[in-house]
Structure formats: C-alpha cells, structure tokens
Ligand binder design. Structure first.
Ligand SMILES: Nc1ncnc2c1ncn2[C@@H]1O[C@H](COP(=O)(O)OP(=O)(O)OP(=O)(O)O)[C@@H](O)[C@H]1O
Length: 262
C-alpha cells in the first residue's frame, strides 16, 4: 500500500494580487505529495517555481483554492505549529550576517525553545548534527559575513535540518555550489527523504539530476503545472516542448536534456 498523502492541493491558483488586479502565474494545480518523497519543481526562468514554493510555504496566499497539510489547510495552523511542520530555505533570504554559523543554525531550533530561547542538550545536539551534515563544523564560529555564497547556502540548509520538520521546502538549494557540493547536497536530500522519511520539495534548474533522482517532478510550463514520476513524464512527452529545440533537445532514450552547441 502507498503512503498517505501529506500535502494536497485542489484546483490551486497561484500568482500575485494587487490593487491593479491579479497576476496569474498558474492555475488548476492539483498536487498530492506523500511523506518520504523527494520532489523537484522544474521549469524555465519566470515560469513560477518560486511562486509555487512560496505559496506552499505559506508566504504567499493562493489566489484561489487551498493547500492541505495533513487534514488541515495551512491557514489553520498557528505559526508555531506550522514551523514544526515545514522548514523553508529561500534564495535571497535576509539574515543577519553578524551571526556566527552556529547561531544562524540555532535559529532553526526557535520553534522548540521556550520564551527565553535557551538551547537544551537536544537542541545543541541537533545543531551539531546539522553542522556535520553540511560539512561546516570547522566554521561553526565564523560570522556569516565571512562565508562564500556556497558556504552560506549550506548553512541555510543546516538551519532547516536543525529545525527538524517532516517537510523541507528549498528554492534552488544548489545554485552556488561546486560540482562536488552539488552532488553531495542532492544525495543528502535523497537520503533525508528515503532514509528519514522527510518530504522534500525543491525548485531547481538542475533538470537532468532531478529527473534521475526524484520520486516526482512538478513541471511548471505555460501557466500549467503537472506532477508525475519522471518516467511517466518522459513517456507523456512532457519535457519535449520545454526549451527551443534548436538549442536543447530532450533525449527520450536517456531521459535527459542535451545542449546543442554546434
Ligand atoms: N512580487 C511579485 N509581484 C508580481 N509578479 C511577480 C512577483 N514575483 C515574481 N513575479 C512574476 O511571477 C512570475 C513567476 O516568477 P517566479 O519567480 O515564480 O519564477 P521562477 O520559475 O522561480 O523563475 P526563475 O527560474 O527565474 O527563478 C514571473 O513572471 C515574475 O515576473
């Protein structure tokens, strides 16, 4: 028997509302995501990956429709309850760069500490484990203004790991990483999903690794969103129209995109 659905959307409509009107990014979004699934959101620049992720994270209100987390809509959770369910790593997140790496990761324990923010032994253990998981233990007392973009990206992932939520949402978690750390981080996300039952949804331009690695792909294209296994999406020809064919072709046999550089 399959796992129970954890996140579920029905006819979700996403975009931006202002006094001037509505800017639709995508609609008719029906997602079903189970615990322990690794899911990538892919699509071209400006297609709506971040908008979808931020809406799932509760940072943006849906234009229409609801997002269910377990049996409740996300709006029914208190902020503290929600923070124990979902951790979020966004690009261009505003953080105090005067914090040390350890202090920044410790913020992930905020939903669990009391009013005085005092860290228990368990909190400290989770922070240390998270530091190790992203291989940043040697920089624990470095202030964040001295980190490279890639190091900061790994620290932000560690903060989400310290938050220890069943669901982790990440926007482009590997953008600044070198090939080794990119591969390591994608492997870590897979391990967290498959060995520790975390549900991980990440927006990414790493399309080929995502197709190879993820249990499900959410493909955002021309204001429509489809979600399926990579295998089914390949069979449906869903990737064929994603990029202009004279530049990038999708090879059905290998299930990967190839650049045409001739
Ligand atoms: N705050 C905003 N208000 C209005 N429109 C916005 C806002 N932020 C983004 N958009 C628009 O929403 C659409 C989707 O943007 P989004 O950032 O979700 O795309 P994306 O797929 O994440 O892009 P990229 O790959 O370039 O990061 C774009 O047309 C963008 O111009």
């Amino acid at each position: 028997m399959g796992k129970a659905t954890l996140i579920h959307t029905n006819n979700l409509k996403i975009g931006y509302a202002s006094k001037k009107g509505e800017r639709l990014v995508a609609d008719q979004i029906d997602l079903e995501i189970s615990s322990g699934e690794l899911v990538a959101i892919i699509g071209i620049n400006g297609s709506g990956k971040s908008t979808l992720l931020k809406t799932l994270a509760g940072f943006l209100l849906p234009l229409d429709g609801n997002i269910h987390l377990n049996k409740k809509t996300i709006q029914e959770y208190t902020p503290a309850e929600f923070a124990q369910q979902i951790s979020v790593v966004l690009t261009n997140q505003i953080i105090s760069k005067r914090l040390t790496v350890y202090e920044l990761i410790a913020l992930g324990r905020h939903p669990y500490t009391g009013w005085n923010g005092k860290l228990s032994n368990l909190d400290q253990q989770k922070i240390t484990n998270a530091l190790h998981e992203v291989d940043m233990q040697s920089m624990a007392s470095t202030t964040c203004d001295q980190l490279s973009d890639g190091q900061l990206q790994r620290v932000l992932l560690a903060r989400a790991l310290a938050q220890d939520t069943p669901i982790i949402l990440l926007d482009e978690p590997t953008t600044h990483l070198d090939l080794f750390h990119k591969t390591y981080t994608l492997g870590l996300l897979k391990k967290l999903a498959h060995e520790r039952d975390k549900t991980i949804i990440f927006a990414s331009h790493e399309i080929n690794p995502a197709i190879q690695l993820c249990d499900k792909i959410i493909l955002v294209n021309h204001k429509k969103v489809v979600m399926d296994t990579s295998e089914n999406l390949v069979q449906r020809g869903a990737f064929n129209q994603l990029f202009p064919k004279e530049y990038i072709v999708f090879d059905q046999t290998s299930g990967s995109f190839k650049m045409n550089l001739e």
